[in-house]
Design a protein around this ligand. Structure first.
Ligand code: DAH
Length: 346
């Protein structure tokens, strides 16, 4: 039994080697254990001396092994602590408050601009009859312009059916609903959802429109131009050059489309305005006599104008969003850039 070798090996032993050494010397069949057991065969005098000697050796081995064991445990603990250390100086995960959706913000901003021009809210249902969505707007059955608005019908067409229901394709139904119930003079707006069977980069099957209508004796095309210029100035927050191009809508005559100076290149030509310097923003016109007649109004006495625009389009232009679908894909990182906080910090 070479105690000196054992004692020199212990301080550098690995956990496994240390256990092997313990078994080799102190285990049930260990070398020291065997010698202890052999004591009984010695003479009393010799036994006493040898016994004391072996006890000293046992104490030395036990203490050395225990010291090394503590050392190894400390090393293991330190290694684990180093590995699991948390850098408390790192920034915490950010938290975000919910925000109002940009389309909702756009609708609020549009309504607030029109309110300041004297327009009040009017209502039209999203599930509408063919009559209010088309016929009474001077779009009789088989009118070719019906095909411009690919419609979701809710019940099949039957010649004898009195009502045919559909999802409104335009907020223009608000015009008829108002003419039938409100006496002029009035200025109304209708903002809400409309539906068309369309889906691509610039179309979604459900989107939003804003409709405006003003009926007041003596109203003319110049009044319309002035109101629309002012509306765009209020919504976009700065004066913008506008122009009107002749156009066709069944429910207005004469009709026009309105363009405004491109917000991105200030009219010099860029990708957004397809190098024209102009952006198309809305449709408008003087309310058609057939439409006024639906409201029982004498066309010799009453004039008015109406206009309609896409809310998503106005929002895309204001915020510089290139793809309509981004508004509906619910990516928090996208939505977080726009809109107003849902609750203001106290
Ligand atoms: N309803 C039309 C559309 O969806 C937009 C429109 C054009 C509305 C001219 C109007 C108007 O009130 O006068 O394309």
């Amino acid at each position: 039994m070479d105690i000196q070798t054992a004692l020199s090996q212990i301080p550098t032993a690995t956990t496994e080697a240390l256990e092997a050494l313990r078994i080799q010397y102190l285990g049930q069949k260990g070398e020291l254990t065997a010698q202890m057991q052999a004591l009984g065969k010695l003479e009393p005098e010799a036994r006493k001396a040898r016994g004391a000697e072996l006890n000293v050796i046992k104490t030395q081995l036990t203490e050395a092994i225990s010291a090394r064991k503590t050392e190894l445990e400390t090393e293991a603990l330190n290694a684990k602590l180093a590995e699991e250390a948390i850098d408390v100086t790192l920034p915490a995960d950010p938290t975000y408050n919910g925000r109002i959706h940009p389309i909702t913000v756009a609708m609020e901003d549009i309504a607030s601009a029109l309110r300041s021009l004297g327009f009040t809210h009017a209502y039209g249902p999203e599930i509408e009859t063919d009559d209010y969505n088309f016929t009474k707007l001077n779009l009789p059955a088989h009118h070719p312009a019906r095909q411009d608005q690919d419609t979701f019908y809710l019940n099949p067409f039957k010649a004898e059916a009195t009502e045919r229901y559909l999802l409104r394709t335009q907020t223009s139904n608000v015009q008829i609903r108002t003419l039938e119930t409100v006496k002029p003079p009035f200025r109304v707006m209708g903002i809400g959802r409309v539906y068309r069977r369309d889906y691509d980069l610039t179309h979604t099957p459900q989107f939003h429109q804003v409709e405006g209508m003003m009926v007041e004796a003596g109203t003319n095309f110049s009044h319309m131009r002035g109101v629309l210029d002012e509306f765009l100035r209020l919504y976009f927050g700065k004066p913008l050059k506008t122009r009107m191009r002749p156009h066709y809508f069944p429910f207005t005559e004469p009709s026009a489309e309105m363009d405004m100076e491109c917000l991105f290149c200030k009219g010099t030509g860029c990708r957004v305005c397809k190098q024209t310097g102009w952006l198309e923003v809305l449709g408008c016109g003087m309310v058609h006599r057939n439409v006024l007649a639906v409201g029982g109004l004498d066309v010799a006495e009453h004039q008015g104008f109406a206009f309609g625009a896409g809310v998503e389009r106005l929002a895309m232009l204001k915020y510089g969003v290139p793809d309509l679908r981004l508004f509906y894909e619910s990516h928090a990182a996208f939505l977080r850039q726009f809109g107003k906080p849902a609750i203001s910090a106290a």
